[in-house]
Design a protein around this ligand. Structure first.
Ligand SMILES: Nc1nc(=O)c2c([nH]1)NC[C@@H]1CN(c3ccc(C(=O)N[C@@H](CCC(=O)O)C(=O)O)cc3)C=[N+]21
Length: 283
């Protein structure tokens, strides 16, 4: 079997077109959706990411503010900046790019963002809302993975989904979203003794570890759907995921590539959350 490749760029384009329409409608009503992106320090990868986020806003009719601060910014200064943005009616979403310098407590920073503007979905209130099935912002990466499943007509209901990785920003919320969609969910992680035992039973596998070749062809049930959240570099310095793509695509029925899979969806769902926030503010 050769798997269908799930095109994250194409799905992104479609959702971004809807975002642009909603942004235009809001703007016509006098509410231009606005995102503030805060970057502390000069991590080159972070600079590329935040620029891509700002660009995506511009392309789809959202207002964005990029605030760049030196690594010497104090935690108190950052918290004060967030408080000001919480109170700013032109801003509907606040994103503080991670990682933060070690002298700043990321947890404290995230908890200072108003849950109403937490478009990353990282606040404990957002995590709690997801857990109990209440409205709140969903973390963009797993939310994007759900949209990718939807795009190929894969309904998790009644399926066995295996999530590899238990991070607060991907693994845990991914498992919650799949559970909400009525999948039977297994969460595997670094202390799972026999990962392949679990993945071989999965109808859906989501790999979110941050390590190459975590999932190989022998670990996948024929016909399974495979979502690769990994972002790694191979020996040639090329971007690659957690999944052995050439091998697994011979066994799976559908698979996301890296790049061009989950990555673009993360930014797309950030736009969706920001629009959602602006719509709530306008109503
Ligand atoms: N507060 C916060 N929110 C985030 O959402 C957040 C963050 N901090 N810190 C860093 C990670 C990483 N992240 C990515 C987003 C898009 C791509 C993306 O578009 N990737 C492209 C390729 C990009 C390339 O070629 O380098 C793709 O996979 O096709 C990747 C990574 C968001 N993050």
């Amino acid at each position: 079997m050769t798997a269908r490749i799930i095109d994250g760029l194409a799905v992104s384009r479609q959702i971004r077109a809807e975002v642009a329409q909603r942004a235009a409608a809001l703007t016509a009503r006098g509410v231009k959706p606005g995102l503030a992106v805060l970057l502390v320090g000069d991590n080159p990868a972070s600079q590329v990411y935040v620029r891509n986020k700002v660009k995506a806003c511009q392309e789809n009719g959202l207002h964005s503010v990029l605030e760049q601060y030196p690594a010497t910014l104090t935690e108190a200064e950052l918290l004060a900046r967030i408080e000001a943005l919480n109170a700013d009616p032109t801003i509907h979403g606040i994103l503080v790019q991670l990682p933060l310098p070690p002298h700043i407590d990321a947890h404290k920073v995230i908890e200072t963002i108003s849950p109403a503007k937490d478009v990353d979905g990282f606040h404990v209130a957002s995590a709690g809302a997801l857990m109990v099935g209440q409205p709140g912002f969903k973390p963009c990466t797993p939310y994007g993975c759900m949209k990718l499943l939807e795009s190929i007509g894969c309904d998790p209901k009644g399926k066995h989904a295996v999530v590899i990785g238990r991070s607060n920003i991907v693994g845990k919320p991914m498992a919650m979203m799949l559970l909400q969609a009525s999948a039977t969910v297994t969460i595997c992680h670094s202390a799972t003794p026999d990962l392949a035992y679990h993945t071989r039973q999965a109808d859906i596998v989501v790999a979110a570890v941050g390590k190459r070749n975590v999932l190989t062809a022998d670990m996948v049930k024929p016909g399974a759907v495979v979502i690769d959240v990994g972002m790694n570099r191979n020996d040639e310095g090329k971007l690659c995921g957690d999944v052995d793509f050439p091998g697994v695509s011979q066994v799976a029925s559908a698979i996301t590539p890296v790049p061009g899979g989950v990555g673009p969806m993360t930014i797309t769902m950030l736009l969706v959350n920001t629009i959602e926030s602006a719509e709530r503010a306008a109503n």
